[in-house]
Design a binder for this molecule. Structure first.
Ligand SMILES: Cc1cc2nc3c(=O)[nH]c(=O)nc-3n(C[C@H](O)[C@H](O)[C@H](O)COP(=O)(O)OP(=O)(O)OC[C@H]3O[C@@H](n4cnc5c(N)ncnc54)[C@H](O)[C@@H]3O)c2cc1C
Length: 382
């Protein structure tokens, strides 16, 4: 496989996470999917192990290792259990990294140590029942009253929603008139009055990653929990989405690797017509396509991560990486099922889980259609 060259630190992270995942996650990977159980104990252990703070500053207990390293962590976890990779991403990237990038010192001192250690679990809430792809159309709103903001509205599809202690919430600021889309970002703690977890959402895949609605009914948020300037969170959302799209593409890489390993091993062992099915060229074609898409996805994703780490604007690179990696992962999972024949269709092999998990990646953090829209827009404006 064609690979970018990782630094010594990134290679070490890959090895350490690999041994953690083999010991702690692999033995329960299928069971937590079947039982739709979020492995909270393992999540806390990931904190003790130093994984949850991969993107956080060292002064707050993090590793300050950057987007490439975060992608490595998500890839290695997702090779074994993609929904743990997704919940990890929602915590460490969607919540913690956005707080790191945008909070003031007092807010960082208050929230980042808990997120790095796993004492608190993080989530990010943007999507609403009537505003998904059109995220600017959100209706949840915030009005300042004294030294509090009062939030009203509902969010949906929030990863880690049922278990989160700290939630980064986007809302429209009704008092701000000088911004076309006056979005603001707030830190909401689960115990704040007026906040509640709504319906838990049952899903086709990513079943060990809990998803729910979040409800804000006159939810009182201290004014000091506003992130940055009121009504000016738009750039924060766009920048955050790029890092999210890149690092979460690590989920697709993990699934792609598992598919290729399984497809290769099985096709060499399984005999039909007196020979291994790997001898048949139509099987070889699927394996060749899978290997090629792993190399291509790997290069796209890690190139985008490297550019993001250099502080470059990566709208097109992030969208291309996520678009290609997610569609390649779904294709690879379907082809691996095909190679395993009837066994691939059973629940005795994890391939059907990889297919269910991979499909989410064509939807979450922006659908494939929205990725294509972003890429075309970037090209056409050049
Ligand atoms: C398991 C899961 C976890 C998630 N986690 C989070 C989370 O933690 N936080 C969060 O805020 N959100 C989260 N989401 C929400 C996710 O980002 C949205 O589902 C996604 O952005 C799509 O929005 P939608 O589901 O409302 O689909 P819609 O926007 O309604 O799209 C429906 C269809 O229309 C297409 N479409 C829409 N607009 C266009 C257009 N302009 N051109 C062409 N086609 C278009 C879409 O591509 C799609 O095929 C999660 C979703 C899932 C399923």
């Amino acid at each position: 496989m064609t690979e970018i060259i990782l630094t010594e630190e990134q290679r070490m992270i890959r090895e350490v996470v690999g041994s953690f995942v083999r010991k702690e996650i692999e033995p329960i990977a299928s069971r937590i999917d079947e039982e739709e159980k979020f492995p909270e104990d393992i999540f806390r252990k990931m904190g003790e192990f130093g994984l949850l703070g991969v993107l956080l500053p060292k002064e707050h207990g993090g590793a300050d290792a950057g987007a490439v390293a975060a992608t490595v962590v998500i890839e290695v976890i997702s090779k074994v259990q993609a929904s743990v990779g997704l919940s990890f991403g929602a915590h460490a990237v969607l919540c913690a990294n956005n707080l790191r990038e945008n909070c003031n010192q007092r807010q960082k001192d208050k929230y980042l140590p808990g997120l790095a250690s796993g004492k608190s679990i993080g989530a990010m809430a943007l999507t609403e029942p009537e505003a998904g792809s059109d995220a600017m159309g959100i209706k949840t709103h915030a009005v300042k009253k004294g030294n509090e903001y009062i939030l009203n509205g509902a969010k949906t599809f929030i990863t880690n929603g049922p278990v989160a202690d700290v939630i980064l919430v986007y809302a429209k600021s009704l008092n701000i008139k000088d911004q076309k889309i006056p979005l603001s970002a707030f830190i909401v703690e689960k115990g704040y009055p007026g906040f509640s977890v709504g319906k838990k959402i049952t899903k086709m895949g990513m079943r060990a990653s809990p998803t729910s609605e979040l409800i804000f009914e006159d939810c009182r948020v201290p004014a000091e929990n506003l992130i940055g300037e009121e009504g000016k969170a738009l750039n924060m959302i766009w920048r955050g989405l790029n890092v999210e799209r890149i690092t979460l593409s690590g989920i697709c890489l993990g699934i792609l690797h598992s598919c290729l390993d399984t497809a290769t091993r099985y096709s060499m062992e399984r005999r039909q017509f007196g020979k291994p099915i790997a001898d048949f060229q139509m099987i070889q074609q699927m394996i060749a396509d899978m290997s090629t898409s792993i190399s291509a996805a790997h290069l796209l994703v890690y190139y985008a991560a490297q550019e993001a780490d250099k502080g470059r604007r990566v709208n097109r690179e992030a969208a291309e990486a996520k678009l290609f990696a997610s569609e390649a992962a779904t294709r690879a999972a379907l082809d691996t099922i095909q190679i395993l024949g009837g066994y691939g269709y059973t629940r005795e092999f994890p391939v059907e889980r990889w297919m269910r998990d991979a499909k989410l990646m064509e939807i979450g953090a922006g659908t494939s259609q929205i990725m294509r829209y972003i890429i075309a827009k970037e090209i056409l404006k050049q």
